[in-house]
Design a protein around this ligand. Structure first.
Ligand SMILES: [Zn+2]
Ligand SMILES: [Zn+2]
Length: 369
């Protein structure tokens, strides 16, 4: 890799993505440089481009989940799984860094995804500080970043096909406290919803119903492990409620997972859960407005448990790797990444992701058209 490193920069919301040159960084002890093989364009990147996330220090190099080879390492480097790491290793890293471990969120409440010091590669790291995003030929891995070797049987496209959606889904399933035999409804068939289906199947769910669009994603939902799918545009909420209750002893689902990011989905999800069921809300990563809730009918009388799910922790990252190692041969994660874009095609990638022409865009930063 040359000393001049090319990266795609998002200068500001709604401004075209530009390819810029950066100096190869000097590494401090414990630091490393990743030669990027794959990164991704996810829903968050579309939100970033629209300026819908608070506290983003534009210009940024987007691409928060990425994979590649260790190009340079300064001093001994130990992975988050305890293994020694060396130049040339095929690795991935946990995009969340600088979680402080000292604040009340970290220590008293044990909710480190709400730590105020926490930063995320490709989202809350400014390009002015260096190569902190995956839409770049190289990523600077500062000391303390959680790095792990990618299992030999897991391809870069498997890992990035799952990507941030898989890490989020691992956290969602933990929040859902899924028990073997539970019935599950997944609202949304984007990357988070699709991985949630696969993990619910692996965790022993009985019936899994997915609600989403467009048709191509519903086909993929069936291949990820859903038993039944509903096209949001070709079925009504009343029809879905009636049929899902029929499938679940007339009760509704034990667990409902919201990965749709729509205010209407909340209203429907509250109805689809059974009395005493659990509802995990993970799709409202940005403010999409107000949902109508009748607290008596939907929550109190129903004895419903509602849980939010924000970000992910290091264990979700490591568990995602284990799950990929076990299931990537049979679960088509790599098919979530429908098309691979080069560094100079990222404006197209954002437009395609926004228009839902593709489920997820992969990025190969080593190439230009
Ligand atoms: Zn903290
Ligand atoms: Zn993402």
């Amino acid at each position: 890799m040359s000393d001049r490193i090319l990266a795609a920069v998002m200068p500001a919301p709604h401004a075209p993505i530009e390819v810029r040159g950066f100096e190869r960084p000097d590494l401090p002890p414990g630091g490393a440089l990743l030669r990027t093989a794959r990164s991704e364009v996810c829903g968050t990147d579309v939100h970033l481009w629209h300026g819908r996330l608070a506290g983003v220090p534009y210009p940024i190099i987007p691409g928060h989940v990425s994979a590649g080879w260790l190009d340079a390492v300064r001093g001994p480097l130990r992975g988050i799984d305890g293994a020694d790491l060396h130049e040339g290793d095929r690795v991935v890293f946990f995009d969340v860094h600088r979680t402080c471990g000292r604040c009340r969120a970290c220590t008293v409440h044990r909710t480190p995804t709400r730590c105020a010091a926490r930063r995320v590669y490709g989202i809350t790291d400014p390009a002015a500080e260096g190569l902190f995003g995956g839409w770049s030929q190289a990523v600077y891995l500062e000391p303390g970043v959680g790095i792990a070797r990618l299992p030999d049987s897991v391809g870069f496209d498997d890992y990035i096909g799952g990507g941030c959606g898989l890490l989020t889904a691992v956290h969602i399933l933990e929040r859902a406290a899924l028990r073997p035999g539970d019935s599950v409804v997944v609202q949304g068939t984007g990357a988070v919803g699709l991985s949630s289906i696969a993990l619910a199947r692996a965790a022993g769910a009985s019936t899994i119903v997915a609600i989403g669009a467009p048709a191509s994603r519903l086909e993929l939902a069936l291949e990820m492990g859903a038993d039944r799918v509903y096209d949001l545009d070709r079925s009504s909420a009343d029809q879905r409620l009636e049929e899902i209750r029929e499938l679940t002893f007339g009760e509704g689902a034990d667990v409902v997972i919201e990965a749709a990011g729509s205010a209407r989905a909340i209203e429907e999800g509250l109805m689809l859960a059974r009395d005493g069921g659990r509802y995990v809300i993970a799709g409202h990563y940005t403010d999409v407005g107000v949902s109508q809730v009748n607290a008596h009918h939907h929550i109190n009388r129903k004895h419903l448990e509602i849980r939010g799910c924000w970000g992910s922790e290091a264990r979700h990252f490591l568990h995602a790797l284990t799950l990929l190692e076990q299931h990537a041969a049979t679960v088509p994660w790599r098919r979530i990444g429908e098309r691979t874009y080069t560094l100079d095609q990222l404006n197209d990638a954002i437009a395609d992701a926004e228009a839902m022409r593709i489920t997820k865009a992969l990025v190969d930063p080593s190439r230009m058209t």
